[in-house]
Design a protein around this ligand. Structure first.
Ligand SMILES: NC(=O)c1ccc[n+]([C@@H]2O[C@H](COP(=O)([O-])OP(=O)(O)OC[C@H]3O[C@@H](n4cnc5c(N)ncnc54)[C@H](OP(=O)(O)O)[C@@H]3O)[C@@H](O)[C@H]2O)c1
Length: 268
């Protein structure tokens, strides 16, 4: 595993696993919760240590239970979760504190590695109050890093007006369909680590070219796609319900894409 160092010195695995459909009927985001996540058990066995969770996914307690029961020591895990930008969670400092305390309980831990605001909070006062609570828990050591998700430049600018602690991460959609190049460049300029959600999404013609590029490295198109992102400093959190794909998505550290192949991917 390779790590990326966040702007506060904390190291984050450059590949993690998403969890948004884990433990749900029909692998459906809105599906009823089942009481098991064999894919997460497999992910831990295969070597995943960074787990991307969220309160909105409804499965935090289940994910947390599996992590707590696993033989992987807490200090090896990198647990991310997210506070929804909804009244219930951000209408007051008390509601944000209660949400964080509940997530700590769900993960049976006394600290989270990374907490994100899941989406922009349009009300400025609520945004400020939420971030101030994040900073409070950060200063207390209960959050090792704090950040945001789905923030555009204007949202980041608003946050800057009062933030004492700069966001360590912005988790945004980055894939070959939604390249988000301008925002990505801004984040990298400002020292905010980009984390790509939905990294596997491609158009059919793009997939064909990725598969073609992969042949020279004895890798699949999916592996080429993930390698392209991590090679340029983008953290990826692909989600898979399939053991072979989970293994493939971690098997990225024994090859390097040539500049010519990177250019081909950039031009897709
Ligand atoms: N912050 C946000 O607003 C936000 C929004 C969306 C998602 N997320 C996070 O990002 C994570 C990842 O995004 P995502 O789940 O939307 O999509 P994703 O990881 O881009 O794509 C998942 C799909 O890719 C397939 N796949 C994975 N590895 C593969 C491989 N090696 N070869 C072929 N197919 C492969 C999976 O199928 P199989 O199961 O068959 O492998 C699954 O259908 C989520 O789980 C969640 O944690 C965050």
């Amino acid at each position: 595993m390779e790590y990326i160092t966040l702007n506060n010195g904390i190291k984050m695995p450059i590949v993690g696993t998403g969890t948004n459909t884990y433990g749900k009927e029909n692998k459906d985001y809105n599906g009823a919760l089942t009481n098991e996540i064999p894919e997460l058990v497999t992910a831990l066995e295969l070597g995943y240590r960074s787990i991307d969770a969220a309160i909105s996914y409804r499965n935090e307690e289940l994910v947390g239970g599996i992590l707590a029961e696993s033989s992987v020591p807490r200090e090896e895990l990198f647990i991310t979760t997210k506070i929804p930008a909804r009244e219930e969670y951000v209408s007051s400092k008390e509601s944000t504190r209660a949400a964080i305390d509940n997530s700590l309980k769900n993960f049976q831990t006394d600290y989270l590695d990374l907490l994100l605001i899941h989406a922009p909070i349009e009300d400025k006062e609520q945004l400020k109050n939420t971030w101030k609570v994040f900073e409070e828990y950060y200063e207390a050591g209960k959050l090792k890093a704090i950040g945001v998700s789905n923030f555009r430049k204007n949202h980041l600018d608003e946050l800057k007006e009062f933030a004492k602690v700069k966001p360590a991460v912005n988790q945004i959609q980055i894939n070959l369909k939604e390249k988000n190049e301008d925002l990505l460049a801004l984040l990298q300029d400002e020292g905010i680590t980009p984390v790509a959600w939905g990294p596997m999404k491609t158009e059919a013609h793009q997939q064909e070219l990725l598969d073609e590029i992969g042949k020279a490295y004895d890798k699949s198109g999916a592996q080429v796609l993930l390698k392209y992102q991590i090679q340029r400093g983008v953290v990826v959190i692909p989600k898979s319900h399939n053991r072979a794909n989970q293994a493939a998505n971690l098997d990225l550290f024994d090859f390097e894409l040539t500049a010519a192949d990177v250019e081909k991917i950039e031009n897709l």
